[in-house]
Design a protein around this ligand. Structure first.
Ligand code: PLP
Length: 395
């Protein structure tokens, strides 16, 4: 099918939650994508921070192919070899002692919220309340959309889950006030993604960690977007020199194969017992095999060194553009999670970059977001900067 034919079928048969799109992408390789009409693009979005190793990475493709020929699904009624291997690797490279697997970010956060509640209930001190941040994003299920501190996502879906309160991000005093005796957990993104690529001040998470400890509440970090090398470390909280009690992962974990995970300490894991939570597809052989292959690449120090060097070049050149164009209010982010706040709406800029062969996206109305595959080259950065310069300069 060509793009027009795909669009026609979509408009006729798919529920319209995503609106009109310009492209039907049908093939990818590394940081390159091709549409149904054969046009090539440079991908600076990676399917919303998912294809961290680039599209169709040979090691991941091979693992998927091999596993597809061996066993795709059996359910968690049986032990799953690729899943236990995945859990072992995740334990080796993080604070977490134990993992639960599911299909994506919302499910991982849902599991974290349930675990926090049950942990305190099991202790005989139930405190079901949760504090999250304004402008946060944690998913679209009823519980996670409640946790998401953006009213636009709540519209028409009320009533929200009771017991959730929201504080300004990057404000330890507000958090301290919000942790009342009914609060059992605090859920935060190490860098806010969908809310506009917001990086907190140095020391914020140190204070958050201390507060949670002092007040006896669990700290849940949503690393769904920031994790898996996106910020230049395997997990973004490594920058803060802290560890949470619970961490959630998804987006980059299977390099595009749907999988989510929730990790926690041994102590917190005791909140769940046999039968208290489950997921039919969670950590199935196919998705786990993809994640094992993905993680095996992501934990290589060379890759994180590459992210650091390409990121430094990217920020350097973006800051030069910011000095040249008044329309850029701020350049921010960490590693290859980059936001450019503009003084006007970014939708036209996203559209013009697309016309110039660059795929990127927004993070809210005024922030242009680049979350490319981590394997992009210095040349790719220069290409994007050249095109952005052209678009902002009115070429
Ligand atoms: C994308 C995202 C989610 C939701 O993940 P889904 O897989 O779409 O459910 C949750 N938290 C953060 C920080 C995200 O970026």
């Amino acid at each position: 099918m060509n793009t027009a034919e795909i669009r026609e079928l979509n408009d006729k048969h798919v529920i319209n939650t995503y609106g009109a799109r310009k492209l039907a992408l049908v093939r990818g390789q590394g940081a390159k994508l091709w549409d149904a009409d054969g046009r090539e693009y440079l991908d600076m979005f990676a399917g919303i921070a998912v294809a961290n190793l680039g599209h169709c990475h040979p090691k991941v493709t091979e693992a998927i192919q091999r596993q597809a020929e061996t066993l795709v699904h059996v359910s968690n009624l049986y032990y799953i070899e690729p899943q236990v291997e995945l859990a072992r690797i995740l334990c080796e490279h993080s604070f977490a002692d134990r993992w639960f697997f599911c299909n994506g970010g919302a499910e991982a956060n849902e599991a974290a919220m349930k675990l926090a509640r049950r942990y305190w209930a099991q202790k005989g001190t139930p405190k079901p309340g949760l504090v999250t941040a304004q402008q946060s994003f944690h998913g679209r299920t009823m519980a996670t959309v409640t946790a998401t501190g953006q009213p636009k996502y709540h519209d028409g879906f009320g009533p929200m889950l009771p017991g959730v309160s929201y504080v300004p991000y990057n404000d330890p005093d507000a958090l301290e006030q919000a942790i009342t005796p009914e609060i059992g957990a605090v859920l935060l993104e190490p860098v806010q993604g969908e809310g506009g690529v917001r990086v907190p001040d140095d020391g914020y998470f140190r204070q958050v960690r201390d507060l949670c400890k002092a007040k006896g509440v669990l700290l849940i970090l949503d690393e769904v977007q920031t994790g898996l090398g996106r910020t230049g470390r395997l997990f973004a909280h490594e920058y803060d020199g802290i560890v949470p009690d619970i961490m959630t992962l998804a987006k980059g974990l299977g390099n595009g194969v749907p999988i989510g995970a929730m990790g926690c300490t041994e102590e917190v894991a005791s909140g769940f017992s046999v039968g208290s939570h489950a997921c039919t597809f969670g950590g199935n052989p196919l998705s786990s095999a993809a994640a094992v292959a993905t993680l095996t690449e992501l934990v290589k120090p060379e890759l994180m060194a590459h992210v650091a060097s390409v990121s430094a070049r990217f920020f350097d050149k973006l800051n030069q553009l910011a000095a040249k164009y008044d329309t850029i209010a701020e350049v921010r982010g960490r590693g290859l999670m980059i936001g450019i706040e503009m003084k006007d709406a970014v939708a036209p800029v996203v559209g013009k970059l697309l016309d110039a062969g660059i795929i990127c996206g927004p993070a809210g109305p005024n922030v242009l977001r680049f979350v490319p595959p981590l394997i992009i080259t210095a040349d790719d950065v220069d290409t994007v900067i050249g095109k952005l310069d052209g678009v902002l300069g009115g070429e």
